[in-house]
Design a protein around this ligand. Structure first.
Ligand SMILES: C[S@@+](CC[C@H](N)C(=O)[O-])C[C@H]1O[C@@H](n2cnc3c(N)ncnc32)[C@H](O)[C@@H]1O
Length: 235
């Protein structure tokens, strides 16, 4: 397991309270542009039978992007208050409240999973990535982003936590866990969980203020990874 300097349960509670206490949406309705961009490139591999999961979906700002692709769309998050907000704008999504590290889905279930703006917030991301690997079909794809310290939000209103400064772990506003990854660390993390790296690219985008969380418009820079669960090797 990767070194943990945060408390997973306290962190999940903090996110849930943010959604509970924020009228309307924290993240807004605009999806991050790279999600549609990457999905468009793999759409020809999907069919109406495909299963797509937005993992740690929050209020579901990326769900409409998944719904434009062929297939059946699922969304999961640890926060019941976040999932309730998804229902307000779309009833055609199967919602599940669960921990990313222990989902209710069968082995080899999904063709595609998106895990957006989340890995950097997990104290133990390897456990969640192991679970994403379990529920993906062999050959299935995981789209995620893993920012490094070049992200404009890195270290802003963040206090370092843990003994190992090189691990770049923080609490944002004294509450929300963040860790930033250099490229070698990000690749080592996903490979240690059994994924092959299909694409490894940097993207920049702008976001409006997030009420109750980050009260000003800001820019992000992040590494975007398209990962593949290898086909089982027959012996
Ligand atoms: C920064 S938000 C990103 C939400 C969404 N992916 C988006 O881009 O709008 C991180 C999300 O991860 C969820 N989360 C954090 N830890 C989790 C865990 N262990 N299991 C499931 N969800 C978790 C939080 O509830 C929150 O909705």
């Amino acid at each position: 397991m990767t070194e943990s300097t945060g408390d997973t349960n306290a962190n999940k509670r903090a996110w849930d309270e943010l959604y509970r206490d924020t009228p309307g949406s924290v993240w807004g309705s605009q999806p991050i542009p790279f999600v549609a961009e990457f999905l468009a490139d793999i759409e020809s591999d999907l069919s109406s039978e495909s299963r797509l999961l937005d993992a740690a979906a929050g209020e579901g700002r990326h769900v409409p992007v998944l719904l434009r692709s062929p297939g059946i769309v699922f969304a999961c998050d640890a926060s019941s208050h976040a999932l309730e907000k998804i229902a307000q704008f779309n009833g055609s999504v199967q919602r599940h409240q669960c921990d990313l590290a222990e989902t209710p889905f069968a082995d080899d279930f999904f063709d595609f999973i998106s895990l957006i703006d989340t890995i950097e917030t997990l104290p133990n991301p390897d456990v969640s990535l192991d679970e994403m690997h379990r529920i993906l079909k062999p050959g299935g794809l995981l789209l995620c982003n893993i920012p490094g310290k070049e992200d404009n939000i890195a270290e802003v209103a963040m206090q370092p936590v843990g003994a190992n400064e090189a691990a770049a772990s923080y609490l944002y506003q004294g509450t929300y866990f963040y860790r930033f990854y250099e490229e070698t660390e990000a690749l080592s993390l996903v490979k240690s969980c059994g994924f092959e790296v299909q694409r490894n690219e940097i993207r920049h985008w702008e976001e409006e203020a997030h009420p109750g969380f980050r009260e000003y418009a800001h820019e992000h820079t992040s590494r975007v990874l398209l990962l593949r669960k290898p086909m089982t090797v027959s012996t």
